[in-house]
Design a protein around this ligand. Structure first.
Ligand code: TRP
Length: 371
């Protein structure tokens, strides 16, 4: 694999995973105008990584994570909001330390976590043997003039696919949103085993904006399938969804590579339907390399009059490799539409362990020559 093309200076410097990721997050905070979060962010990631933070980068970890394709247990994202502000987030998993939720106890005071909703549902997802890919993931969220926040992702597949709907329905019942169950199932889980619940997430802050978020993965979906899923949220223009898929994914589907994912957000008062919808497009499956991915993201940012300079500065904050030397530095792009704010989020990989090689670019010409 093209290891030498990636963060060469970091590998040469024999950095630990924590050092490598700390550099990336500090630079991202600077880009997004979040300098006040620089040190806190690097420290929190250190606590999240635990012992795995001591791994040398470039040397594959013995604790692979599903958070990213190269098994790095961390992935960054920069949220562009329509109000011109940015949030930087870090999705992470504590690997090789048990129990995996120890991190929560270690930051409960520092982040003033409100854990009552988590406590109400934790036995559903954290008790018993794990069958799915993970048990708990975290997202650290950094916004201007706001303390760092934490979101947890639980795994509906943790007791196997046959239990997933029951776990989610019971979780929704305990959180007082059971009236939304039937509408969610009817809008997003319509295609048998092709649609499945993939995450059950909670914001662990005590604010009025704290969300319950449900994610549904749609294998081999057409745009019409995610338009139907989005229609559960009032006021969404289907054009926004169609355009997003066409520009970033290159068409209307079926998206046969990595799957599209929908999310529904519920905040206080949304007890019979969600007030926001999110669509996640795994762009890395639909482009030959990251230079093409960047070009498509620029097109979407321009469409919404968002600051494209921030995209390039964010990319430079995490990687110095040529964009066309690999694919997956930009793994997903999401579109958020809803009552509590809309925007575009760009995900960025740490690529601490490896770079996925690029695919060949398309050949322009006639498929077969007519005689
Ligand atoms: N790596 C997993 C995937 O691609 C999970 C994941 C990480 C993910 N970040 C994400 C899924 C952002 C959707 C959006 O599915």
């Amino acid at each position: 694999m093209a290891r030498s093309e990636r963060s060469e200076s970091d590998v040469m410097a024999d950095l630990s995973l924590h050092e490598h990721v700390s550099g990336q997050i500090s630079r991202l905070c600077d880009v997004a105008g979040l300098t006040g979060h620089r040190e806190g962010a690097a420290e929190l990631i250190g606590l999240l990584l635990g012992a795995a933070g001591e791994n040398r980068i470039g040397v594959l970890s013995s604790w692979p994570s599903g958070v990213s394709d190269d098994t790095t247990p961390v992935e960054f994202s920069v949220a562009f909001d329509t109000n011109g502000k940015y949030a930087v987030r870090v999705l992470g998993e504590t690997v090789g330390t048990f129990p995996e939720w120890h991190f929560l106890d270690s930051v409960a005071d520092r982040l003033r976590l409100a854990t009552d909703r988590f406590e109400a549902i934790r036995d559903l997802f954290l008790a018993g043997e794990r069958q799915g890919e993970f048990r708990i993931w975290y997202s650290l969220i950094f916004r201007p003039d706001t303390p760092a926040r934490l979101k947890v992702y639980l795994n509906p597949q943790v007791s196997g696919p046959s239990r997933a709907v029951d776990l989610v329905v019971e979780g929704m019942r305990r959180l007082g949103i059971e009236r939304a169950c039937a509408p969610v199932l009817a809008s997003a889980l319509t295609r048998g085993t092709l649609d499945r619940f993939s995450f059950f997430a909670l914001d662990l802050d005590g604010t009025a904006q704290a969300r319950v978020k449900l994610y549904v993965t749609h294998e081999a979906a057409e745009v019409a399938d995610v338009v139907r899923a989005a229609s559960l949220v009032a006021g969404i223009d289907p054009m926004r969804i169609q355009e997003f898929c066409a520009i970033l994914g290159g068409g209307y589907g079926p998206f046969q590579g990595r799957p599209l994912i929908s999310s529904y957000s519920f905040v206080g008062g949304d007890d019979d339907r969600p007030s926001s919808y999110g669509l996640y497009l795994p762009i890395r499956s639909y482009v030959p390399d990251d230079e093409v991915a960047r070009a498509r993201v620029l097109a979407v940012l321009a469409q919404y009059d968002m600051n494209s300079a921030i995209l390039d500065e964010s990319i430079a904050a995490v990687s110095a490799r040529p964009l066309r030397a690999g694919v997956g530095l930009i793994p997903h792009i999401s579109l958020r539409l809803g009552a509590s704010g809309s925007g575009i989020t760009v995900y960025l990989s740490s690529e601490a362990y490896s770079v996925m090689p690029p695919r060949g670019r398309s050949v322009l010409g006639l498929v077969s020559s007519a005689q």
